[in-house]
Write a protein that binds this ligand. Sequence first.
Ligand code: GSH
Length: 211
Amino acid sequence: MRLYSFFRSSAAYRVRIALNVKGVAYETVSVDLPGSAHHSPEFRAVNPQATVPTLDDDGTILWQSLAIIEYLDARFPAPRLIPAEPVARAHVQALAQVIVCEIHPLNNLRVLKYLRGELKLDEAAVGKWYSHWIGEAFGPLEQLVTRFSGGRYCYGDSLSIADVCLVPQMYNARRFAVDLAPYPTLVRIASQLEAEPAVAAAAPNLQPGAA
Ligand SMILES: N[C@@H](CCC(=O)N[C@@H](CS)C(=O)NCC(=O)O)C(=O)O
């Protein structure tokens, strides 16, 4: 397997965690997002959406992190990241989507570029935007995880797609110096997860191309 990734990409970080948790070996192709390598004709030929992560599984191209993780869960079912039981399945997907659908699209590189370039916002305003959308979702997520967590993970007693999405989002929040004091449960769970070897090995600073 070949993963097109960028060390700081939180969406690629999700897939790296999923691959590691399942013990799937892969090769990394580092796509320099700040250098706009994702807009090159070569990369667009692989993924016309010009986003990472993109997974090449023996010539089959997959993109969109949640779709990739669902694929990996079907192809390598142990350990399951998406439970089979219908309620647990819907719940973990909903927790993951709070991050993937409600935060990430508003704080993505191309959105920040637009705020800085087209709307001429300064760094203070961009930081305010970034923190605002994290807070809008982390507030309810803190309550939901407090309700559903067995203590160690976001949902019940096993690592799920919700945890896979939480760790990279927490990394982003720290990178932009978001005040995390209102989210003690999320902070504790993310810290515990970061100490697990499969999760630790996916950390941005350990990836090819890391500054
Ligand atoms: N919803 C997509 C988002 C993919 C995405 O936008 N990835 C970012 C990096 S985290 C990217 O490639 N950004 C390029 C850009 O915004 O120009 C997913 O979950 O895979």
